[in-house]
Design a protein around this ligand. Structure first.
Ligand SMILES: Nc1ncnc2c1ncn2[C@@H]1O[C@H](COP(=O)(O)OP(=O)(O)OP(=O)(O)O)[C@@H](O)[C@H]1O
Length: 867
């Protein structure tokens, strides 16, 4: 064992005298102090300590000088120190430390430590710069509470007007954390910068009032928490101190020193039976002991923080470094604040993703899995192709991929907008709820109530104080009466009666005071809740604004995309119509050029070779006519379908427009979109219900987009009608000519078997060439598809590694773009006959092939996106 002198822990006992209640109950002192020794005796047991004060030991007034003053001196040498008051409930810990608010705090050790500290600072300020901070926390049921937090501080500032400035304006709850290397840290406790003793006392008073107290049989106002009042002293030697004459020269070896004095008032340790602690109080008894562990952690954390502070400091002579240090401190604060902000943001994203999940679930419950991402793709894959027949045919493209993408984009947009609408709705609900909660708080005027409670508390405190004074006076009188012989018993009895009444009164005051304190605390908690609510409301509002902007942006982007798409479609339709017109024109030319084979005047051929040649020419021509007529027929059918689909969509849109004008349109969402379900309920639309997707897409259009679509459809319809009229007239002319031509064909005029044989042979050859051309065409198609898939895969992998799939896919000109269409573009022209046909046919066929090739080139990169 170390000797008492060397040991850094000293134990002093403070024996308090019997107090009023105890004397009235006839209690007797059970502890006696061995005269001249730091020893107490309880029954037959004796215990020795470093010091014993009160009740026959050293006077209580000597306690500070002997026990705490050396610790205060030590602070100036950079030594940390801790003073802990430990004892049974009611034994006088709070009294000794002076953490009980107004009730005698000035006799407490903390108060005396402050006086000593400030007088020493006064003596040293010529050579040293000092900075003082205080923190006051309590540990209640393993939780750490900040007794100097911003809300309760506001009260002190208002009432006293001299409280120190808060270093940190807003603080989250104090947290004890253990880092991965086992170091315990304390974060979030308020540190108040103080300059004067008055300010420091104000902090002590303010925090003491906020402490959790309760009533036990042994103490009417028993502290239910461990309280730690910490004074941090930072000192920096001044560069060239001007020493006033006769001033002491302190032996400060370091340029910068930081030390902390922790003054701890523990919660009463009690035995349940004796103290009458039951239920909540008894559980608190359990918690107080557990809280001791937390207390150990806190003190250790506070010690580590001091080391950290010291490590951070550099000789202050270098003012640049000091400034840098200050800047670093500020940066740390800023980083902490940013971190908090980011955490909040993360929380926001997290809740949004939860909302998204909910939305997806909701969507799936409705029987459709057309949701974003994989769900959307799956949904699009499952979509009936007939849903797009209108759009497919309107541009005359066989491949539906492009249309799938368009539909996907529309779906994605609709779903995204719906999700954001829903999210906005949720935010609004949340906001409404928070605002109504806020209203409740605001209705009860916080400031007025706070003032009322504060005043009440002060009044009670004063009443209790004077009742106690009166009681003590009477007690002293009773004692002196008892001591004076010959005094009348009657007088004594009267005094005792008076005393009892006073005790009852004091008890009553204490209870009232306690309930007022509770109410005040409740109010403070209410204030905190209001602050939190305000923050939440601000946050929700900011989120709402962001979301509204996003919705607006999304709608605008979609509108632009849609407009350019409409334009594109119109252009394609125009090209297609021109193409049809070319085919029709070609047919006309062919029909006009149709004539019987030139035969000799007597009906026999001029030469068999010449005849064979003209026969083949004639056959070529006839075949081209037939193919052309067939093609125009096909085009006619396709165009008719386009016409019908365009007309169908136009009719629905117009009907929708009319209903809107009449004011019978179903109510729309915030962004002006009606719901498909509502649209489907309108009887007049029943005829169109076969095309559910079309209806849904139309109902999703906002009014402006609907008008744009109507005008674009009208344009397309007029183009399509013109093409149809031209084709119909050409076809009827072809029929007319066919009828007129019947009987004048070469076949009717074949005269020999040789001519017939040669014609047949020629027809076979043409058929074989056509089938070979088709085979080559499908080979090329396959090759192109394979290329597209390979590119898509490569792009996908690149996209995965660079995180930008779309970018690579969009880059048509890049090295990974599909190879240009090979030279045999004309193979796209399905009628093989035209490949070897005469000039006009070849030209038409080539143009068409080019158009198809362009189409394919246009489409290939988009495969990469879809894959
Ligand atoms: N040395 C003393 N002289 C006179 N009165 C005292 C002294 N010590 C304590 N008291 C009185 O004893 C009562 C109980 O003291 P105090 O509240 O300080 O006890 P405590 O140990 O802090 O109790 P708890 O653990 O329940 O909070 C108070 O009324 C206080 O004024």
């Amino acid at each position: 064992m170390e000797s008492s002198e060397d040991c850094c822990v000293k134990v002093a006992v403070h024996v308090r005298p019997l107090i009023g209640d105890e004397r009235l109950q006839g209690c007797k002192d059970c502890v006696s102090v061995v005269s001249g020794k730091p020893q107490v005796q309880i029954g037959t047991h004796s215990f020795t300590f470093d010091h014993v004060y009160g009740s026959g030991g050293s006077p209580s007034s000597a306690m500070f000088e002997e026990c705490v003053a050396p610790l205060v001196d030590g602070l100036f040498q950079g030594y940390n120190a801790t003073v802990i008051a430990y004892g049974q409930t009611g034994s006088g810990k709070t009294y000794t430390m002076g953490t009980g608010g107004r009730d005698g705090y000035q006799f407490g050790l903390i108060h005396q430590a402050m006086s000593a500290l400030f007088s020493k600072i006064e003596n040293l300020k010529h050579c040293t710069e000092f900075q003082l901070h205080v923190s006051f926390i309590e540990i209640l049921k393993e939780e750490v509470r900040d007794l100097l937090d911003a809300t309760s501080m506001g009260k002190t500032e208002a009432s006293n007007g001299h409280a120190g400035k808060l270093v940190v304006p807003e603080k989250p709850p104090v947290q004890i954390r253990e880092t991965s290397n086992g170091v315990i840290t304390l974060s979030g406790s308020t540190e108040v910068d103080v300059i004067t003793q008055k300010e420091m006392i104000a902090c002590l008073e303010q925090g003491s009032l906020s402490r959790a107290t309760g009533s036990t049989n042994m103490n009417n106002q028993s502290s239910r928490s461990h309280a730690i009042f910490t004074i941090t002293l930072e000192q920096m030697r001044k560069p060239n101190p001007v020493l006033p004459a006769g001033s002491p020269v302190e032996d400060m070896t370091e340029d910068y020193l930081c030390a902390k004095l922790h003054l701890v008032d523990l919660a009463g340790s009690e035995r349940a039976k004796r103290t009458g602690s039951e239920g909540l109080r008894f559980r608190e008894g359990i918690h107080i002991n557990r809280g001791l562990l937390a207390l150990g952690n806190v003190i250790s954390a506070l010690g580590d923080e001091k080391k950290r502070k010291e490590a951070m400091h550099v000789p202050y002579r270098d003012s640049k470094l000091t400034r840098l240090l200050q800047a670093l401190k500020e940066r740390i604060f800023w980083l902490e604040a940013t971190n908090e902000e980011l955490c909040r943001e993360l929380h926001g994203y997290h809740s949004r993703s939860i909302l998204m999940e909910k939305f997806e679930r909701n969507f799936q419950e409705k029987g459709t899995d057309l949701i974003k991402g994989e769900g959307l793709k799956r949904g699009l894959q499952n979509m009936d192709v007939s849903d797009h027949h209108m759009s497919d045919s309107s541009i005359g493209v066989d491949n539906t991929k492009e249309m799938d993408e368009e539909a996907a984009k529309e779906w994605e947009h609709t779903i995204l907008q719906n999700t954001m609408d829903w999210e906005l709705n949720e935010l609004n609900k949340c906001l409404e709820q928070k605002e109504s909660e806020m209203k409740l708080f605001n209705d009860s005027d916080t400031a007025v109530l706070k003032q009322h409670f504060g005043k009440k508390l002060l009044e009670l405190e004063n009443e209790k104080w004077s009742a106690q004074q009166e009681r003590d006076r009477l007690l002293a009188e009773v004692e002196s009466l008892a001591a004076t012989t010959g005094q009348k018993q009657k007088l004594q009895d009267i005094h005792v009666q008076k005393l009892k009444a006073l005790e009852a009164q004091i008890l009553d005051f204490k209870k009232k005071q306690e309930s007022q304190v509770q109410l005040l605390k409740q109010k403070q908690r209410g204030d905190e809740a209001t602050k939190r609510l305000q923050d939440e409301i601000q946050f929700i509002k900011a989120q709402k604004v962001q979301l509204q902007q996003k919705i607006k942006q999304g709608a605008e982007q979609f509108r632009q995309w849609k407009a350019s798409r409409e334009k594109e479609l119109l252009q394609v339709l125009q090209r297609k119509t021109e193409e049809t017109a070319m085919a029709t024109k070609r047919l006309k030319e062919l029909l006009e050029a149709r004539k019987p084979v030139a035969l000799t005047a007597n009906g026999s051929s001029i030469s068999s070779q010449g005849n064979e040649k003209s026969l083949q020419c004639w056959l070529d021509h006839e075949l081209e006519v037939v193919v052309n007529v067939h093609e125009v027929h096909l085009e006619y059918e396709k165009q008719s379908q386009v016409q019908a689909a365009l007309a169908e969509e136009l009719a629905i849109l117009k009907q929708e427009e009319e209903l809107d004008a009449e004011g019978c349109t179903p109510p729309r969402g915030r962004n002006g979109r009606g719901s498909y379900a509502q649209l489907a309920r309108i009887p007049v639309k029943r005829a169109f219900l076969h095309n559910l997707n079309l209806l849904e897409r139309i109902s999703a259009l906002p009014p402006t987009a609907r008008l744009a679509r109507i005008s674009s459809l009208e344009n397309m319809l007029s183009l399509s009608s013109n093409a149809l009229i031209a084709m119909a007239s050409q076809l009827s002319e072809a029929e007319e000519r066919e009828r007129a031509f019947t009987g004048r064909g070469l076949l009717t005029q074949l005269h020999s078997m040789a001519e017939a044989k040669s014609s047949l042979q020629y027809m076979f050859n043409v058929a074989a060439e056509a089938s070979e051309a088709q085979r080559k065409e499908s080979e090329t198609k396959q090759k192109l598809q394979e290329q597209a898939v390979a590119i898509a895969l490569a792009t996908y992998e690149m996209g995965n590694s660079h995180g930008s799939l779309k970018h690579s896919a969009d880059d048509k000109s890049g090295a990974l773009s599909p190879l240009p269409l090979p030279a045999q573009k004309q193979l796209k022209y399905s009628a093989g006959v035209t490949c070897r046909a005469n000039t006009v046919g070849e030209e038409v066929g080539h143009d068409r092939a080019c158009w198809k090739a362009v189409e394919m080139e246009e489409k290939s990169p988009s495969v990469a996106v879809t894959v």
